[in-house]
Ligand binder design. Structure first.
Ligand code: FNR
Length: 384
């Protein structure tokens, strides 16, 4: 693959290699995409303090997320259809993350199954759970994640009902893609993607098909997913899931201080400040702008993570300075995957690692664990 210097380079490469339907799926937000845009834009409004004549040798990016050692505090976010950005995408991304020493989170809506990913990794990965109305299916998923020795359950709270994404509706998103003339032509000009896809048997949702009652083909799958997200999900459900899981629990999708206070009472180990990458409530504030308010509401009792709009190491350090212990990246690793499979995910992580390392040094810090609000030019809350 051509050398990429930035995440934007990987995005441009992915756009050439991945069929439009799946590239658009990654590169989209809900409705007007205003929240999707502000997730990225708001980072540039936060200013870092430039320090000089500080010893910059012996730097370390090592840290922990929910007590697990990480080579840098950046995890791969759960993303659906990842095996459509590149054949066997979840397996390749999980391997790249493992080699890099950062956590990988497998989505419920993944193409490769929990068992597929477990079969190609040696260290535990994290599993993201969507609570479906079919509770037997949910219980079974939790048991499968336990059997695969997943070390954390990431429970997504902000998708009880699906935000509308115009691009997906226009493109007729499905896995596998329907063989319309438009899709066939679009795939035909991307032979590398097609060849790799023809070689793998994994072309639809591996955690669902053959596991959920009555789901055995594309049409039963689409009606099942359309009606299965649970609009009645409540904090009581969080309690029984926590009990059934019995391990580390991360709540994903907290954006409001009131919900943050409720999350604090839930006994979770960590919370991800997130608006689902701008894919759910369009018009919601960016995640980075809400981080200081959530931090105030939660205090230090629960570890705070953030996702949404991180495209560089500079963005990572800003999130850490505003109180996150770690961050998750979604699209940056998907672009890498689409651009070059496992090597592309590695490149995405390496780009962010390098930027983070040099930025930390230029801010006058040598150890990522010592990064705090002192590296920001003004008080956090007046910035955004
Ligand atoms: C997501 N996200 C997501 N979240 C989740 O809990 N389960 C999922 O299956 C998915 N699927 C998904 C697909 C795609 C293509 C994207 C881009 C995102 C949200 C994801 O975990 C994360 O919150 C955002 O991606 C973070 O924003 P950035 O890093 O993509 O800007």
């Amino acid at each position: 693959m051509p050398k990429a210097l930035t995440i934007a380079d990987l995005k441009a490469q992915a756009k050439r290699r991945v069929p439009t339907m799946f590239f658009d799926y990654a590169d989209s937000g809900s409705w007007t995409e205003s929240t999707y845009r502000s997730n990225e834009e708001d980072f540039s409004r936060i200013k870092l303090r430039q320090r000089v004549l500080v010893d910059m040798t012996g730097r370390s990016l090592e840290s922990t997320m929910i007590g697990e050692r990480v080579s840098m505090p950046v995890a791969l976010a759960p993303t659906g259809f990842t095996g459509m950005q590149h054949a066997d995408g979840e397996m390749l991304a999980a391997q790249a993350a493992e080699e890099f020493g950062v956590p990988f989170t497998l989505s419920t809506m993944s193409i490769c199954s929990i068992e597929d990913v477990a079969s190609v990794t040696t260290k535990p990965f994290w599993f993201q759970l969507y609570v479906m109305q079919d509770r037997d299916f949910v219980l079974n998923l939790i048991d499968r994640a336990k059997a695969a020795k997943c070390s954390a359950l990431v429970l997504t709270l902000d998708l009880q009902i699906l935000g509308q994404r115009h691009k997906d509706l226009r493109n007729g998103l499905s896995a596998p893609p329907k063989l319309t003339v438009k899709n066939i032509l679009d795939m035909a000009i991307r032979p590398r993607w097609c060849m790799a896809m023809l070689k793998t048997p994994r072309r639809t949702f591996g955690n669902i098909v053959g596991h959920a009652k009555g789901v055995n083909d594309l049409s039963s799958l689409s009606s099942w997913t359309a009606e299965q997200f649970d609009p009645r999900l409540s904090w009581d459900d969080v309690a029984w899931i926590k009990e059934r899981w019995g391990g580390k629990l991360i709540l994903k999708g907290i954006l409001d201080p009131e919900d943050a206070r409720l999350a604090r009472e839930s006994g979770a180990d960590a919370v991800i400040v997130s608006n689902h990458g701008g894919r759910q409530l369009d018009g919601a504030p960016s995640s980075i702008s809400m981080l200081p308010f959530i931090k105030d509401a939660m205090g230090d009792r629960i570890e705070l993570h953030l996702d949404g709009g991180i495209r560089s190491g500079q963005d990572v350090i800003k999130a850490l300075a505003l109180g996150a212990k770690g961050v998750f990246i979604g699209r940056p690793f998907l672009y890498g995957l689409g651009a070059g499979g496992k090597q592309g995910v590695r490149e995405a992580l390496e780009i962010i690692r390098k930027e983070l390392d040099i930025t930390m040094a230029l801010c006058g810090k040598r150890d990522i664990r010592n990064v705090d609000g002192s590296i920001l030019w003004t008080e956090p809350k007046s910035l955004i």
